[in-house]
Design a protein around this ligand. Structure first.
Ligand code: EPZ
Length: 424
């Protein structure tokens, strides 16, 4: 098992390239199951979660070829061998549930393992299942698996009214609706850039979709989809993560490929805290405006609100801000696991339910800490960039799920960071 060692210092200077989005790629890849023609994704991120999705698709009989050092994924599912997604793969990654909609729509039936629990929350999939029922499917939960069956003649268009916003349920229903008979309307749909990216890819495959990026998406089902090539949208969470680095450690960093429109609420929040952001064709350049970072209050919300996937990283910044910040986590019920680790580094944080109160301290101190989930792991690395002395972050396999080349990207702008093998 590896650890990452960071020796605090700063300032940081230079450029960090931002990869394609994990959370877009994880829904774009299952879209290949909707057609017997090839789907090619470019600007794909090189992450362990992408390898897990590849394993899952291959277990269903799809072919996934990694080209150009993994930046291009050429996929085809002309010869699916069944429609069963096994627990052994699904337990590694919740996004595996995103094969259910495409398989049900294309094959008329599917058996998919339920994902099970997660460190950041219970994360049920009831909204996904309700959406398929609204399209006429019969669902049977048995032995830890969802057994789904479409009506004869295939799924039927219907109205899916989500009681609250779910990114995954919107993506699953959207993919299924492309091949359903008639019109499907998704109400209170998620509006994330990854949803828009999925819709654009499906449209390139011949799907008839309108309203993506709004809370109401309409889909006219078609008989079949054809092949396409699609560029994966920039990873706005990786982008936001690295935009925080020069705010924590000082200096100036340009994140290439970044666009403010992907992260407006986040950009406004860090500007309120004292950041200066300059947008050019190259990307987003970030530095402290003048003087130290100030405390701000944060509330996580579905897009276009402040992303929950940047909450942990924002907390790392606010640990040394002037004043007291209140962070409210509104999406997941257990997403403050990074707080006690930051306290080990000398932060002052009180957590009560979904609210964390962070009182800024002048400086953090390096310490051995443990990653508990993907975003928590990178928040510890951010905090360590300006901490006194050395921080050793354990269990960084969490990080590999969502960040490629962290050590190279941060050392490229002057951070003292290395990855070491630990005895198990
Ligand atoms: C996606 O998860 C992302 N994952 C998450 O990113 C992200 O945090 C989340 O959206 C919110 O933005 C991927 O895209 C692979 P939801 P998803 O369905 O689709 C509850 C990361 O760090 N809910 O929008 O699972 C759920 O428990 C990851 O990259 C139900 O109750 O999120 C949660 O509290 C972490 N029933 C809330 O809704 C359902 O059927 C929002 O979940 C579905 C969701």
């Amino acid at each position: 098992m590896d650890s990452i060692i960071v020796t605090g210092g700063g300032p940081l200077r230079g450029t960090i390239p931002i990869a394609g989005a994990k959370n877009a790629c994880l829904t774009l890849m299952p879209a290949t199951l909707l057609s017997d023609e090839p789907l090619t994704l470019t600007n794909a991120p090189r992450l362990s979660d992408i390898r897990t999705m590849t394993q899952l698709l291959e277990s269903l009989g799809a072919e996934v070829a990694k080209l150009s050092d993994g930046l291009v994924l050429s996929m085809s599912s002309h010869a699916l061998n069944g429609a069963r997604a096994d627990y052994d793969i699904v337990r590694k990654m919740r996004a595996s549930i995103l094969v259910l909609g495409p398989l049900l729509a294309r094959q008329g039936q599917a058996v998919v393992s339920l994902p099970g629990g997660c460190a950041i929350g219970a994360r049920p999939v009831d909204l996904h299942l309700k959406a398929f029922e609204a399209m006429g499917a019969e669902l049977d939960l048995r032995d830890g698996y969802v057994h789904a069956k479409a009506p004869s003649g295939g799924l039927k268009g219907g109205v899916v009214d989500f009681p609250f916003v779910s990114v995954g349920a919107t993506e699953n229903a959207l993919m299924a609706a492309t091949l359903a008979k008639g019109t499907t309307v998704l109400k209170n749909a998620a509006q994330e850039p990854e949803i828009v990216d999925l819709a654009q890819c499906l449209q390139a495959m011949g799907a008839q979709i309108s309203g993506e990026g709004t809370d109401t998406i309409e889909v006219q089902g078609v008989d079949r989809l054809h092949g396409a090539t699609h560029r994966v949208v920039t990873d706005r969470i990786e982008l936001g993560t690295y935009m925080l680095a020069p705010l924590v450690a000082g200096g100036e960093v340009t994140c290439t490929g970044g666009k403010r429109s992907l992260l407006e609420a986040f950009c406004a929040k860090i500007e309120a805290a004292g950041a200066e952001i300059v947008e050019t064709d190259a990307g987003l350049t970030v530095r402290r405006a003048n003087g130290p970072i100030r405390a701000v209050d944060v509330e996580t919300e579905p897009f276009p609100g402040f992303p929950t996937d940047l909450q942990a990283q924002m907390m790392a910044l606010l640990c040394t801000a002037e004043g007291t910040s209140v962070l409210e986590e509104k999406i997941f019920e257990n997403r403050f696991m990074h707080a006690p680790e930051l306290v080990r580094m000398g932060a002052t944080i009180e957590v009560h339910g979904g609210t964390a109160t962070v009182t800024g301290v002048p400086k953090l101190k390096g310490a051995p800490v443990m990653a508990t989930d993907l975003r928590a792991s990178v928040s510890l690395i951010l905090a360590a960039l300006a901490a006194e002395g050395e921080t050793r972050v354990g269990r960084v396999y969490h990080l590999d799920r969502g960040y490629e080349h962290v050590v190279a990207k941060l050392s490229g702008v002057g951070a003292q960071i290395e990855r070491v093998k630990e005895d198990d």
